[in-house]
Design a protein around this ligand. Structure first.
Ligand SMILES: *Cc1c(COP(=O)(O)O)cnc(C)c1O
Length: 415
């Protein structure tokens, strides 16, 4: 009997959006030793592990003060509390971000004032920010606009020179502070004209990071950080994260329990020295996607992420650290059809974010309408994030691009 030719087994073709197990493997022993040490000491809250991690973040970002907290969300909230943002006050931000950027404002009884995004970067539009400040001079005059929160969305720095200049230009008696939501941008750099390379988060008066497990520096649970240039503010943050208590059981302010665990801090301190290498791999993956999309002739169909500071790449290689690799597909239902096609082919994706904040049900009372922020609304309809994690293989990336190419071929035939 003639031998039947061996049928080649096709490789398993599936790509998760993120695979944290791969990152854990090489760090496993060191992380477990740290956790063991904490378990033996039975010292779980704040303490030396947290202080060591706070110092490491100061060193890494150049921020003079760092205060570890329970999450990125709580980091934002505690900033509002430290600045005494209260009912009647306003904070400017964009509606195309994670919910917490705006909910921190409403949770202290104040109101977010939204400005639209720049459609190329998805970050706060400098022109729209100026318009908003001009339109609200009365509120500024009354000292009611407390801060601007730009978000370094997807790991790319905002135009911080312009944003800070506008904050300064429009400040009257009371300074309008800049609080950076750098939840997706630890390690990202901003090439400042005047101040040279700066680390996102450590540029404005305050900055926040999130260590939610899927962020580029992820904890083993929830954790976050506030960094501050100002010592008085840093002290307030420290007191507020522990019930506003100083000394023990004496409360001058109403704080909360916003403390970070020692285990989270210890895990994060082991991971932090690897962050730049992971960011470099993300950037390398982004570059390979660009090649593959070009090779597949998909440049017409898909808008790839735009690097706003690519001209500065020599000086600031990490101007975009690709916490997410977000593409845009135009056409009404195309994005959702493409997502279904990816799911059918076992490719992970996510949509950041399907509903802009001004149209969220819980913010209806703010009185915004559909059409108020057209670029945020369009981004919510047209964008999706592809796998970009550092351990992603070239084969997986090629499979993602092939799969997308097949989708557009099919679509072409169907139309
Ligand atoms: C993740 C995230 C947050 C909140 O961080 P958590 O640690 O999940 O509370 C805030 N803002 C942005 C832009 C985020 O991506």
């Amino acid at each position: 009997m003639p031998a039947t030719p061996a049928t080649p087994i096709p490789p398993v073709r599936q790509v998760p959006l993120l695979d944290l197990k791969l990152q854990y493997q090489p760090l496993r022993e060191r992380i477990r030793a740290e956790i063991d040490e904490i378990a033996d000491a039975q010292a779980f809250i704040l303490g030396p592990k947290v202080e060591a991690f706070e110092r490491a973040i100061c060193e890494y970002t150049g921020a003079p003060h760092a205060v570890g907290v329970s999450s990125g969300t709580d980091a934002l909230l505690i900033c509002m509390m430290a600045l005494d943002v209260e009912p009647g006050d306003f904070v400017i931000t964009t509606p195309y971000t994670f919910f917490a950027t705006a909910s921190c404002v409403t949770r202290v009884g104040a109101q977010p004032l939204f400005v639209d995004i720049d459609p190329t970067t998805f970050n706060m539009s400098v022109e729209k920010l100026r318009e908003c400040l001009e339109k609200n001079r009365d509120k500024i005059g009354a000292g009611k606009i407390k801060a601007i929160i730009p978000i370094h969305l997807f790991g790319q720095s905002c135009a911080m020179d312009e944003i800070r200049a506008l904050a300064a230009e429009f400040s009257e008696r009371e300074k309008i502070l800049v609080i950076e939501d750098a939840a997706q941008a630890l390690g990202a750099q901003f090439p400042s004209e005047k101040e040279g390379i700066q680390q996102c988060g450590a540029i404005g008066e305050l900055g926040i990071y999130s260590f939610y497990p899927s962020k580029n520096l992820g904890a083993f649970g929830d954790a976050g950080m506030v960094v501050s240039r100002d010592e008085t503010l840093a002290h307030r943050l420290r007191v507020l994260r522990n019930h506003g208590m100083e000394p023990r059981y004496f409360h001058k302010m109403i704080g909360g329990n916003f403390r970070i665990d020692a285990i989270q801090a210890a895990v994060l301190r082991i991971k932090l020295p690897h962050l730049d290498e992971w960011s470099a791999k993300r950037r390398e993956n982004a570059r390979f996607y660009r090649e593959e999309f070009a090779r597949a002739g998909l440049e017409e169909k898909i808008t790839l992420p735009v690097e706003a500071f690519s001209a500065e790449a020599q000086r600031a290689p990490n101007h975009h650290i690709y916490n997410q690799f977000v593409i845009r597909v135009s056409g009404d239902e195309t994005r959702d059809a493409l997502c279904r096609h990816l799911a059918a082919n076992k490719i992970g994706y996510d949509i950041y974010y399907p509903v802009p904040l001004h149209l969220q049900e819980c913010f209806a009372y703010l009185g915004y309408q559909k059409g108020d922020f057209p670029e945020s609304e369009r981004a919510a309809r047209e964008t999706l994030a592809l796998p970009i994690f550092p351990e992603l293989t070239r084969e997986q990336q090629s499979y993602v691009v092939e799969t997308i190419a097949a989708f557009f071929k099919k679509e072409h035939r169907a139309s």
